[in-house]
Design a protein around this ligand. Structure first.
Ligand code: ZN
Length: 372
């Protein structure tokens, strides 16, 4: 690996402004980089659906030996504020001046992937098919991954199912393989309006009903694998009106979708009980934001990658994580992902930093994995 080139290419990348939905310029830069390496390119136009300006980039470096191949994936968008990044390199760390995020999430991952490909190509190392998938809009509800039109991807450009996603916070050696599903829900309570001073008994106060429902809900940590949160409540009437509408929202996540559905069913029952007792009406809507991520090979892929770290003298750690990512979305298409650490810390904040030594280690591990 060319360490200097790796760091320089990372620094070059973070200078390109690429917040969610505006990764267009960065995508062009990456397409050029991949072409220089000699990769075939397919660009998915999912961004047209949600008003972005950057394609999901699928690249392929044809293998010179047979095999299932591997996919290297990362996302192109960076959490705001991320314009005019003034980086500081000191004591083995890359950070900002404290006014912006760094973009180590996930340009650290992308820089690592690009360097790995260059090393493979320049040294004529034998390898199976290597695919890259660079998505836009991961940080904004995984819109890029969700809107890939897989039916249009030509057969020879369909990425390999084993996918190394270089997008985990924390040190090199971390290998996440399991992440929860998430459902969002909205509960609408309808009461009945009345004059609050003259004839309140004729009204049914929706805020009061919502309060009664909420007091019955399990919220917070539900069990080891399941959490729930309330995040919004809305009702706005003059003080002399018995309010007839109250809407509240939240999410439930779990490593078992069955468990999520049973929690949501309990929520429904709580609504029913309150409405039965107090009158009024309710509705509950919920929607899967993303499904669970689970290994489909008994952790074979994750363990194989862990072995490489161990060979390098780096402590490996198989991990279950609490957040969703592109990998959850790709799991629906049968992709078997591991999400590996690349030395990024305090992501999504202006205190974000990238540990250069971890960037090297992760890149080295990827190179070792894809060299056959
Ligand atoms: Zn990320």
């Amino acid at each position: 690996m060319n360490k200097e080139r790796l760091v320089n290419s990372f620094l070059e990348m973070i200078k390109i402004y690429s917040p969610s939905k505006k990764e267009g310029e960065y995508a062009k830069y990456l397409v050029e980089e991949l072409k220089k390496i000699g990769m075939e390119i397919y660009l998915d136009k999912g961004y047209e659906v949600y008003g972005g300006d950057a394609p999901t980039i699928i690249g392929k470096l044809k293998g010179n030996i047979e095999g299932e191949g591997v996919t290297l994936a990362a996302h192109m968008d960076v959490v705001e504020p991320c314009n005019n990044i003034n980086y500081i390199v000191e004591n083995g760390i890359i950070k900002t001046d404290g006014t912006t995020t760094l973009g180590g999430d996930d340009k650290g991952g992308i820089a690592s992937i690009i360097e790995s490909l260059k090393v493979i190509k320049e040294n004529n190392i034998s390898h199976e098919d290597i695919f890259v998938v660079f998505t836009p809009c991961e940080e904004a509800g995984m819109l890029g991954a969700k809107n890939v039109n897989w039916n249009l991807v030509p057969g020879n450009m369909k990425p390999a199912k084993d996918m190394i996603v270089v997008d985990n916070a924390g040190r090199a050696g971390i290998i996440a393989h399991t992440a929860p599903a998430k459902y969002g829900f909205t509960i609408k309570i309808k009461g009945k309006k009345a004059h609050a001073g003259i004839e309140p008994e004729k009204g049914i106060n929706a805020i009061l009903l919502a309060g009664k429902v909420i007091s019955k809900l399990k919220v917070g940590r539900i069990d080891e694998l399941t959490t729930s949160n309330l995040c919004k409540i809305e009702s706005n009437f003059p003080s002399n009106v018995v309010s007839d509408s109250c809407i509240f929202e939240g999410e439930v996540r779990s490593h078992s979708e069955e468990k999520i559905l049973s929690i949501l069913n309990e929520y429904k029952e709580s609504c029913e009980e309150v409405i039965k007792e107090c009158g009024g009406e309710y509705s509950i809507d919920f929607e899967c934001s993303y499904p669970t991520l689970k290994p489909i090979d008994d952790l074979k892929f994750a363990k194989k990658f862990a072995e490489i770290y161990e060979e390098m003298g780096i402590k490996s750690e198989l991990k279950v994580i609490g957040g969703g990512s592109d990998s959850n979305i790709f799991a629906k298409e049968g992709y078997n992902s591991i999400i590996i650490g690349v030395g990024m810390y305090n992501v999504h904040t202006v205190d974000e930093r990238l540990e250069i030594e971890d960037l090297y280690k992760t890149t080295e591990a990827i190179i070792k994995y894809i060299s056959k």
